[in-house]
Design a protein around this ligand. Structure first.
Ligand SMILES: [Mn+2]
Length: 275
């Protein structure tokens, strides 16, 4: 059978998309620093108990606060979490990893673990006839040229090579600095921003989502900015939705689209911890 021809809509190449038979789970922005973090242990418990055959879990970036898939010492540091992820395909659960701006170079880890797939910068899924687009969200602000250049640089062969070779403490130190720089620009909780700044941030993300929603996508899922935002409206006969992950360690929830449900909902998972 000939594959359906891809169509290009609003800059997104819309291939038919993988079909999700069961529940779609989306998890991002946990910013795990150590596998002993309470968020990490709660995630491992969730991964070993909740997902069922036919479900699809998308880890949509910044699962770890500092991670490069090029370094074994980091694989070891996060072993309990990575182990829970690698068990999923064997239980009939599909797994997709997207990179965030804090977890990079995931390809080597993914290639070492058959059954886990990697997508960049996002993934289109078909859930019960709905077209769901998921991406981390660090590409939304197209006017932040400095960041976009940095993002491209981080993914070059040269930087990947360096990330493989430099001492472990350098990788950690560099990631720590990059992390604090990023936090200086983007706070953990945008709800603490002055009202005007929060509105500007929201508008940026909503506009980017709207472009896709108006052009054939039924639900856009983003993270990265940690804004607990959601919008639903009608496009002709389609009920469409934009939803942002927020910041699960504080807001406590991940995202779930159950089979047969009409929209993505927040699924409470983490017991609130102090910000
Ligand atoms: Mn991010």
């Amino acid at each position: 059978m000939a594959p359906a021809s891809p169509s290009v809509i609003a800059g997104t190449e819309l291939r038919p998309g993988m079909t999700v038979d069961g529940t779609l789970w989306v998890i991002s922005d946990l910013h795990i620093l150590a596998s002993t973090d309470s968020v990490a242990t709660q995630l491992v418990e969730f991964l070993t108990t909740h997902p069922r055959v036919g479900d699809h879990i998308v880890f949509a970036g910044d699962l770890f606060d500092r991670f490069t898939g090029e370094r074994l010492f980091l694989w070891e540091r996060f072993e309990p979490v990575l182990d829970a992820i690698r068990q999923l395909p064997g239980r009939g659960v599909q797994v997709t990893l997207l990179e965030g701006n804090h977890d990079l170079h995931l390809q080597p880890w993914v290639e070492a673990h058959p059954g886990v797939q990697w997508a960049d910068p996002g993934i289109l899924l078909n859930c019960g006839g709905k077209r769901i687009w998921i991406e981390h969200g660090d590409l939304i602000n197209q006017s932040d040229i400095g960041y976009l250049l940095l993002r491209t640089t981080f993914r070059t062969r040269l930087v990947r090579g360096l990330a493989r070779l430099v001492p472990e403490s350098w990788v950690d130190g560099f990631a720590k600095n990059a992390s604090s720089l990023s936090r200086a620009q983007n706070p953990w909780l945008p709800e603490n921003l002055p009202q005007q700044k929060l509105q500007a941030l929201r508008t940026l993300y909503r506009d980017a989502a709207n472009q896709k929603l108006l052009n054939g996508i039924d639900c856009v899922i983003l993270g990265h900015c940690h804004d607990l935002d959601e919008v639903r409206f009608q496009v002709g006969s389609r009920a469409v939705q934009y939803i942002n992950m927020g910041f699960p360690p504080v807001h406590g929830s991940i995202l779930r689209l159950q089979k047969g449900a009409s929209s993505v909902e927040r699924f409470p998972l983490f017991r609130a911890s102090p910000a």
